[in-house]
Design a protein around this ligand. Structure first.
Ligand SMILES: *[C@@H]1O[C@H](CO)[C@@H](O)[C@H](O)[C@H]1NC(C)=O
Ligand SMILES: *[C@@H]1O[C@H](CO)[C@@H](O)[C@H](O)[C@H]1NC(C)=O
Ligand SMILES: *[C@@H]1O[C@H](CO)[C@@H](O)[C@H](O)[C@H]1NC(C)=O
Ligand SMILES: *[C@@H]1O[C@H](CO)[C@@H](O)[C@H](O)[C@H]1NC(C)=O
Ligand SMILES: *[C@@H]1O[C@H](CO)[C@@H](O)[C@H](O)[C@H]1NC(C)=O
Ligand SMILES: *[C@@H]1O[C@H](CO)[C@@H](O)[C@H](O)[C@H]1NC(C)=O
Ligand SMILES: *[C@@H]1O[C@H](CO)[C@@H](O)[C@H](O)[C@H]1NC(C)=O
Length: 567
């Protein structure tokens, strides 16, 4: 037993040393741009607000959007597994029954050492369970269990539908870890019932600071359980590598939403950028930038993934990042970090299709959900957001890039004490389009800007006044959006050259918060703004919204069509 553990350990060391070393978050120019052109109506004025509540129906989801299918471990025992055709020695559990017809193709035979015994407590299951405690994890919250987690994964991943168990009642200190699935079988379950905690300080973090926990190229992955991922982020939020860096971040925070990260395939880029900032040239090396703050949980290139039940809190940066995945279900997830923790988006989705996020509670310091470029067919429902920056599509089209987002449904949402509600934001100078978006049945309480379309982001201050291209925004529906706001109910700042088209508002009833009796919260309520927005508004009697949508087609409609056709 001892010697076999040693063999596994060595195998894991060799295996893990072959990992891609570059997982860096790409350095984005606009991230640090200090100068950010905004129209006068967008001048910042940060303050907290308190007030009344809106009312909203929470309708049940239609049947086609019902919660995810049960994970494989819940399959009835009669359901046969596909046969194993490799030379793996059998685990202690009886091998799955062989089935003679239609075997799905399996990965090539593995030369890895045999898996250690499965957890005896789970022997009754059809599929083997690999408990991290059996692979040397201590679970005392102090000992570094990273290697044990690696070993467990390596063993489990050789068997289809096996389970990696992180048992309850334990705290596992785990550093940067990548669960690579390229050579794994399908449908692995990561059962998180205990707590995984991140190292407190940067020194223990290792070389790559851009990620903490990564699942990569795992088909049919399920991450579920009642456990917690504790990002130990407080040490990262207000401290950074240098004062200068922090300073830039602050500037960026104020003017540019830092959730606007867009990464390339392997999210690595060594480019340095030169910034002109307040007359001072600052060269920030990619290494420093890359090192800024880790994303807690990244699911990358993993199709048919499910993330359910767990709690993720206090991430140093984004809590959950879903990138290049098709068919993802997220539900009963809880994200929790303070409203003033910088850049702590709840869930970011990039370049993914057929994603459903529902029945989750998201409280964080940035966007609750950020839908980035390349997202198609994404549904969000029954989600609570607040504190946070609302649910955002974008930012899209920085650096004259093309972005396409389509078929997005956001419904049955409760937003409270968020800076934004339903937001679409694009940079000037971009290309492509956002089309087919519905925000419906959203209850807003004390939201600063409940409804926003902003096509005036810009990464080059000096050119902002005269860029004509823009990511087109078309086919956006707002339905049954009710509640209270603290600054401006509706802000449609659309491009002069590529106006917003086919915008529909129906049942939008937003009221300014009532001042409380103590009078120490003075909200600066502004008139709504509808600039270059075409479409139809079915007004509600109760709504006191002084804003009008233009009928017909804008003169620059061919530019809109051009961008729609680019996607
Ligand atoms: C709430 O739902 C009921 C029944 O589904 C409906 O009659 C009512 O109009 C809804 N109210 C709002 C504010 O949408
Ligand atoms: C980035 O800057 C660092 C430090 O100045 C330098 O060593 C490196 O060669 C630069 N990389 C590129 C791609 O310019
Ligand atoms: C995802 O699951 C669906 C239904 O279970 C299946 O048809 C599809 O092939 C799966 N996709 C992948 C990439 O495994
Ligand atoms: C959209 O995604 C859902 C959920 O994954 C899927 O069931 C549906 O078929 C997709 N629709 C289209 C048009 O691809
Ligand atoms: C909505 O989400 C909550 C958890 O946040 C869950 O308890 C509830 O059952 C969900 N409701 C529906 C209709 O899905
Ligand atoms: C943009 O406008 C500014 C002044 O409004 C002008 O100085 C500049 O040359 C223009 N840039 C381009 C690319 O047209
Ligand atoms: C609506 O806007 C117009 C023009 O800005 C203004 O004159 C008017 O007072 C506004 N009405 C209300 C009810 O705020």
């Amino acid at each position: 037993m001892r010697s076999s553990t040693l063999v596994i350990l060595i195998a894991v060391l060799v295996w893990s040393s072959s990992f891609d070393s570059c997982h860096a978050i790409r350095w984005h120019p606009w991230y640090w741009r200090p100068w950010y052109w905004r129209p006068w109506w967008m001048l910042p004025s940060m303050r907290h607000h308190h007030g009344g509540f809106g009312r909203l129906n929470h309708t049940a989801p239609p049947p086609q959007l019902s919660p995810s299918q049960p994970p494989p471990l819940l399959l009835p025992p009669s359901l046969p597994l596909p046969p194993h055709n490799d030379h793996l020695p059998p685990p202690l559990l009886p091998p799955p029954p062989k089935k003679s017809h239609a075997p799905p193709p399996l990965p090539p035979p593995s030369s890895k050492p045999p898996p250690p015994p499965a957890n005896p407590g789970h022997e009754t299951r059809k599929f083997p369970t690999f408990n991290v405690l059996n692979f040397g994890a201590r679970g005392d919250g102090k000992t570094d269990d990273t290697m044990a987690f690696h070993s467990t994964w390596t063993a489990a991943c050789q068997m289809e539908a096996s389970t990696v168990l992180v048992p309850e009642g334990h705290e596992f200190l785990v550093g940067t870890i990548s669960f690579e699935g390229r050579h794994c079988r399908k449908n692995i379950i990561f059962q998180l019932d205990g707590t995984i905690i991140a190292p407190m300080n940067r020194e223990n973090w290792g070389r790559d600071l851009s990620n903490w926990i990564v699942f990569k190229r795992v088909t049919g992955l399920t991450v579920q359980g009642e456990g917690t991922i504790e990002g130990s982020g407080s040490g990262w939020w207000h401290v950074s590598g240098s004062d200068d860096l922090e300073d830039i971040e602050d500037v960026g925070k104020q003017h540019v939403d830092l959730s606007d990260k867009d990464e390339d395939e392997d999210y690595g880029d060594e480019d340095n950028r030169t910034e002109q900032r307040e007359g001072r040239e600052t060269v920030v090396t990619a290494k420093v930038l890359r090192g800024v703050k880790p994303t807690a949980l990244r699911i990358y290139r993993s199709n048919n993934a499910t993330l359910a039940g767990i709690k993720i809190q206090n991430s140093p940066n984004v809590h959950v990042k879903i990138m290049n995945c098709n068919g993802v279900k997220v539900h009963d997830l809880s994200v929790s970090s303070p409203g003033d923790s910088p850049n702590t988006d709840g869930i970011q989705v990039h370049r993914s299709r057929d994603v459903v996020i529902h029945s989750s509670n998201l409280a964080c310091g940035d966007d609750c959900i950020a839908i980035q470029k390349g997202c198609h067919n994404l549904t969000v429902y029954n989600v609570t957001c607040g504190p946070g920056h609302g649910i955002s599509i974008g930012s899209l089209g920085p650096d004259h890039s093309k972005a396409c987002v389509s078929n997005i449904m956001v419904r049955d949402i409760d937003m409270h004490d968020t800076t934004n509600g339903a937001r679409i934001k694009t940079w000037q100078g971009g290309m492509g389009s956002v089309q087919g978006v519905t925000f419906s049945d959203i209850r807003m309480s004390r939201v600063r800007y409940p409804i926003i379309i902003d096509q005036y982001y810009c990464d080059k201050g000096k050119d902002c006044g005269n860029q004509t291209s823009a990511v087109a925004v078309s086919g956006i529906t707002y339905e049954n959006i009710r509640g209270t706001y603290t600054d401006m109910s509706i802000l449609f700042a659309c491009s002069d050259s590529v106006p917003c088209t086919d915008i529909t508002l129906n049942g939008v009833d937003l009221q300014p918060v009532q001042q409380n009796g103590h009078g120490h919260h003075h909200h600066h309520i502004h008139e709504p703004l509808c600039w270059q927005v075409f479409g139809e508004w079915t007004p509600t009697k109760a709504a006191q919204i002084n804003c009008s949508l233009q009928a017909g087609k804008p003169s620059g409609y061919n530019r809109v069509l051009l961008n729609l056709n680019l996607c």
